[in-house]
Write a protein that binds this ligand. Structure first.
Ligand code: ADP
Ligand code: SF4
Length: 679
């Protein structure tokens, strides 16, 4: 289908200084957990984005010197000739698709713990390291000689960026890295020409922009990342005044806000286009093009940003991860095929864990090079054969979609009236509505596949599966929450776990509401505990969230949701206790134990909701596995289980399992290629 002409403004080219972006889709710098350690994975992933229609595709932050090192997090780097070679792989992969390649030159300052390089961090002052990994280290206040040396780091990196063939070269002026810290009068108490009034505080940023412009001499554009407070009427750092001094200097402004929880907030707490007022405030002060992010997934929202003049380019990190082909799909009039980001921040979490990013919606993310997976293309079926997928949760839905795309004859059976599995239940919880996109996108795809039949309200047993006589059977029957407290902290059921006032998670997920004084015991450590606490509190319960962990919802530190989660719990009046294990329940009282000292304590409660581990729903698997020989005699060629019924995990893992099973059906299974330095 041709593109709807309404969206033409999104496809107009735009001059960015000396270069021209072919359209308005701009993949801003975003971390990947690949960095300098995985150059081939990185190049293939960025190349796929360019192929998918992003007119500009940028690298993640590239360290320009050994004293800017965030190991074990995997930044890219542009410090020597080897880095030039590696990053040229990236720019080539982008150029071959006709897009512009951007590179983000980064110097961390006191945020860099330099755990690998063991260099001293340099910053505007001696500031405590901001990384939780950094320990009690502080940066060294830069002397004027250090400032000169730092400017030379940037110049040298800009020369390398040119050598690596980048079209847009970034100066990084936000996110509490060095150049931002010079702007901040709380940090910058210098008495030399770099401290004091705004004109002095912005001097180093101005000098670096001028240095980079001089080096590139019109061969590349120079972009600057900059931010102001979301509530910019209150601007204690004077960032708007600083901006005024350099507003016309770069070729492009990449604008955001000084609040990472907002800039890259999860969908639980932040909606699309959340930074727009701040972006507009700065855009009004410059004639240069402006790009900004806002987790834009709706083509109409994107269009309105451009036509209203709110920004010139649609910046995206997560939307481009969830759907690298988003621009192409708008261009080809295939809006219903756009796989919208659900805002779970699982991508970011894995960068925080120092491993390559992955995506809940896009199982091919990060696998472009090492497994050769493409987000839109998949090998045709190996033979004209039939596949039965049992269970239509995220694993089964994804398997059926990808198998359908391969051309197999697929039957998807689901016990419940509505396909979706855990998504149906969890997306009804406070803040999790966008998780439904995992189900809805796949159901939309399946509806248009004539070779896939979906059978809801059909609970299959081993006999009925044998009768169906499919050649391949994939079980995706899921898992259920235990209600006996067995989990990470305890491998024994707690005393009184069979009392009527112990309410299982499954009952709440299926619509029962807790009441009275409720204790929610969270040994899962992710979003469910806080989501149930917010649900109960909205139902007028008096809620206490208890965890054996050191902090509530500990894993959500990685998704950057911990802070807003705590704020939401506090606003809702939820009380909490950390480092307490659950040992028993009797009417009116929960018995706890300190995880450090084993000291007992009690908490008054009318109801207890224990969240610990899940039990695989694998009865069907066990029954079929026992009958393999008999089924084989009737034509069964393969039987496997995937997703939560094999090993319970996060939704992203189930989607990945479904996709992998579909990719590998009828193919020789090979280990993925390892991207690493070989001497
Ligand atoms: P996953 O995350 O692995 O996809 P879910 O728990 O979300 O797992 O989904 C599993 C789905 O399988 C549920 O919707 C459940 O109703 C369905 N299911 C479980 N057993 C059967 C069965 N015997 N026949 C058909 N569907 C089943
Ligand atoms: Fe969006 Fe989640 Fe994918 Fe990240 S992992 S791009 S937040 S769907």
């Amino acid at each position: 289908m041709p593109r709807d002409p309404r969206y033409d403004p999104l496809f107009e080219p735009l001059d960015i200084g000396p270069v021209t972006a072919p359209n308005r889709f701009y993949q801003v710098p975003h971390c990947t957990g690949m960095g300098y350690q995985r150059p081939q994975m990185l190049a293939a992933m960025r190349g796929v984005k360019a192929e998918g229609g992003w007119g500009v595709v940028c690298t993640e932050y590239c360290s320009i010197h050994a004293s800017s090192d965030e190991s074990p997090y995997a930044s890219a780097s542009l410090r020597d000739e080897d880095d030039v070679q590696n990053l040229r792989l990236v720019s080539d992969a982008i150029h071959i698709q006709g897009a512009l390649a951007g590179v983000e030159l980064w110097y961390g300052g006191h945020t860099s713990a330099n755990l690998y390089s063991r260099e001293i961090s340099l910053d505007v002052a001696s500031l405590p390291n901001q990384s939780t990994l950094g320990g009690p280290a502080q940066s060294q206040a830069m002397s004027l000689a250090d400032i000169d040396a730092f400017r030379e780091y940037y110049r040298a990196a800009a020369r390398r960026a040119l050598a690596a063939d980048f079209d847009i070269i970034y100066v990084y002026g936000n996110h509490y890295y060095l150049l931002h810290n010079f702007l901040n009068p709380c940090f910058n108490q210098r008495e030399d020409g770099y401290g004091g009034v705004a004109e002095n505080r912005v001097r180093l940023l101005r000098e670096v922009i001028e240095d980079v412009k001089e080096i590139v001499a019109g061969r590349s554009a120079v972009a600057v990342r900059y931010s102001i407070p979301p509530d910019f009427d209150d601007d204690p750092q004077g960032l708007i005044e600083c901006f005024g001094h350099i507003a016309e200097l770069p070729d492009l402004w990449d604008i955001t806000v000084n609040d990472y929880h907002l800039e890259m907030g999860s969908s639980r707490f932040v909606r699309e286009a959340a930074c727009q007022a701040a972006v507009a405030r700065l855009k009004a002060l410059t004639s240069k093009p402006v790009v900004s992010v806002g987790r834009f997934t709706s083509p109409d929202t994107m269009l309105s940003q451009i036509t209203a003049g709110a920004q010139d380019l649609i910046g995206a990190a997560r939307p481009s991860i969830a759907d690298p082909f988003l621009p192409r799909k708008i261009d080809e009039g295939r809006l219903e095929d756009i796989r919208e980001c659900i805002g779970c921040n699982v991508c970011y979490a894995h960068n925080s864990l120092a491993v390559p990013i992955r995506c809940t919606q896009n199982p091919t993310m990060g696998e472009e090079w090492r497994r050769g997976w493409h987000p839109e293309r998949i090998a045709a079926r190996h033979a004209d054969q039939s596949v039965l997928v049992v269970g239509a949760g995220p694993a089964g839905l994804e398997a059926a979609c990808a198998l359908g795309q391969r051309g197999y004859r697929v039957m998807l059976a689901e016990a419940e009236k509505e396909p979706g599995g855990r998504i149906n239940r969890e997306s009804r919880l406070p803040g999790l509505a966008e998780y439904a996109r995992v189900r809805d996108w796949r159901l939309g795809q399946l509806r248009r596949m004539t070779n896939v039949e979906t059978y809801p309200d059909n609970r299959l047993d081993a006999d009925s599966i044998a009768e169906l006589g499919c050649q391949h059977v994939i079980l995706a029957t899921g898992a259920s929450w235990r209600s006996d407290g067995v989990g990470r902290w305890s491998n024994r059921p707690f005393a009184g776990c069979d009392q009527a006032e112990v309410i299982s998670v499954e009952r709440i997920l299926r619509g029962e509401l807790p009441r009275g004084r409720v204790v929610i015991y969270d040994d899962d450590h992710y979003y469910l505990g806080s989501a149930l606490a917010l649900l109960a509190s909205a139902n007028d319960c008096e809620v206490t969230l208890v965890t054996p962990g050191e902090s509530l919802a500990g894993w959500s530190h990685f998704t950057d949701e911990h802070h807003p989660t705590m704020r939401a719990l506090i606003d809702a009046g939820v009380e909490w206790l950390t480092a307490k294990g659950l040992v028993g329940f009797e009417t009116g009282s929960v018995r706890l134990e300190c995880v450090y000292s084993a000291r007992p304590s009690q908490l008054a409660a009318d109801q207890l909701v224990p969240i610990s581990a899940r039990k695989t729903d694998d009865a069907l698997w066990l029954a079929l596995d026992r009958r393999r020989d008999e089924l084989a005699a009737h034509g069964l060629l393969s039987l496997q289980r995937i997703g939560d019924c094999r090993a319970p995990g996060m939704i992203a893992a189930a989607v990945y399992a479904g996709h992998k099973a579909a990719r590998e059906l009828g193919c020789e299974q090979v280990e993925f290629k390892r991207d690493r330095v070989v001497v």
